[in-house]
Design a protein around this ligand. Structure first.
Ligand SMILES: Nc1ncnc2c1ncn2[C@@H]1O[C@H](COP(=O)(O)OP(=O)(O)OP(=O)(O)O)[C@@H](O)[C@H]1O
Ligand SMILES: [Mg+2]
Length: 232
């Protein structure tokens, strides 16, 4: 479904991503793990068209998207839940969700029904100003908003960040549910243990380079991973 082939991304003179290649097959959950500053967010932002690679190509469902602007990628079926949520704090819950739908009213109505079915908490708070939601509720809103575009591929950047263990579990349950409903997932996570548990495959990014890749279960057993990311 997604093929990132040999990309190199720079911030000014700084060479941040080096020869990165990643594949995500239809129906897979693929995790991207790595330490702070490894380049995980940069990778997702490049796939989303917010940053450009100097080399290589990115293809989605057989089409080259290396030069496609971000908003067009949403209509092609790629949704991106950015790091730190980025919801519209001054708008209500429902207005935030409506911003995630990009087409007609009927589509928006169906999307809202679907999101409210998955997140009853959001339904109960649909007229609440988003900035007054709890951290966990804001994260659910960010995921709900991304779902409004009915993506084929959902990219999530550290969706569990800052959440209590129960909410982390809930977010992972939501990811599993979206996946079961047919959405392909590219998941960036600090919580390597949980990410590897649900991932079919994973890539380990270190200082802008892919250090390891393989089946989630295999990587979870690797001594290198255990030492670096799973606490021993
Ligand atoms: N706009 C920017 N300008 C310059 N350097 C940047 C910019 N954004 C990120 N970087 C640098 O690029 C490197 C990779 O950052 P990135 O945000 O992709 O890491 P990350 O793996 O997502 O880390 P974290 O787990 O902390 O979110 C870091 O060294 C960071 O300081
Ligand atoms: Mg990041």
């Amino acid at each position: 479904m997604l093929k990132v082939d040999n990309i190199n991304v720079f911030y000014g003179p700084i060479h941040t991503l080096r020869d990165i290649s990643i594949e995500v097959g239809a129906g897979e959950i693929v995790a991207l793990i790595g330490a702070n500053g490894a380049g995980k967010t940069t990778t997702l932002r490049t796939i989303s068209g917010l940053l450009r690679s100097k080399t290589g190509s990115i293809t989605f469902m057989g089409q080259d998207i290396s030069h496609t602007p971000p908003h067009k990628l949403v209509s092609r079926g790629i949704a991106h839940v950015p790091e730190g949520r980025h919801i519209f704090l001054q708008m209500t819950v429902q207005e935030n969700l409506e911003m995630g739908a990009y087409t007609d009213a009927a589509y928006t109505k169906e999307g809202l029904e679907d999101v409210y079915r998955r997140f009853p908490r959001l339904m109960h708070r649909k007229n609440q100003i988003a900035g007054t939601l709890s951290g966990g509720e804001q994260q659910m809103l960010a995921i709900g908003r991304a779902l409004m575009s009915r993506p084929k591929l959902m990219m999530l950047d550290e969706p569990s960040m800052g959440l209590s263990p129960i909410l982390v579990q809930q977010v992972f349950d939501i990811i599993k549910e979206m996946h079961a409903a047919g959405t392909t997932i590219l998941l960036v996570e600090q919580n390597a243990e949980m990410a590897l548990e649900i991932a079919d495959r994973a890539y380990v990014l270190e200082s802008g380079v892919i250090k390891l890749s393989g089946a989630g279960s295999e990587l979870a057993q690797s001594d290198e991973i255990k030492k670096a990311y799973l606490g021993g």
